[in-house]
Design a protein around this ligand. Structure first.
Ligand SMILES: [Zn+2]
Ligand SMILES: [Zn+2]
Length: 167
């Protein structure tokens, strides 16, 4: 269970609290309710460096509360995805916290691109990149009627490609 070389540091409690408060304010501004449960699932995801599978979050919830139905976690994740505070990454079957730091502007899924490292599992979320626009335009021409709901690119991140330090 040693951490992978590229995993980012665990966020500080102050940083987690700050992001949760931002999420709370954002939901309130939209007339959506970030209930205690939904807030806790977001907190657990942040504590897992912003990326986790649903069953990991379910484990975390059970550790804190005992018996928790898996659907409880899924429903909270669905809400968080609707609010674009969290995204699903199909390539890894996991969920990631949106890296826009919960800014109030929304970003359609087909304007977002996820770079997924198949070695360390790191996910980099990109917005407003020319590559995204090019893919969207090409799809319009080549696959009319196809509605993209997200762009994921699998590969190996820079950190995983750099050679191990010689001993
Ligand atoms: Zn996002
Ligand atoms: Zn990597």
């Amino acid at each position: 269970m040693s951490p992978t070389n590229a995993s980012p540091p665990r966020p500080s409690p102050a940083e987690v609290a700050r992001r949760l408060d931002r999420a709370q304010a954002l939901c309130a501004a939209r007339g959506a309710q970030l209930t205690a449960l939904r807030r806790e699932v977001l907190e657990l995801l942040l504590l897992r460096q912003g990326s986790a599978k649903a069953y990991d979050l379910h484990d975390d919830m059970r550790e804190r509360h005992g018996r928790v139905a898996p659907t409880t976690v899924y429903r909270a994740l669905e809400f968080l995805m609707e609010q674009q505070l969290v995204h699903r990454v199909d390539a890894l079957n996991c969920f990631v916290v949106c890296n826009l730091d919960h800014s109030p502007h929304t970003h359609p899924h087909d304007h977002t691109m996820m770079l997924v490292c198949s070695r360390c599992g790191q996910v980099t979320e990109m917005h407003d990149d020319p590559a995204i626009e090019a893919i969207r335009r090409a799809l319009q021409d080549d696959a009319p009627g196809f509605h993209a709901t997200g762009i994921e690119i699998k590969g190996v991140c820079g950190a995983c490609q750099s050679p191990p330090a010689s001993s």
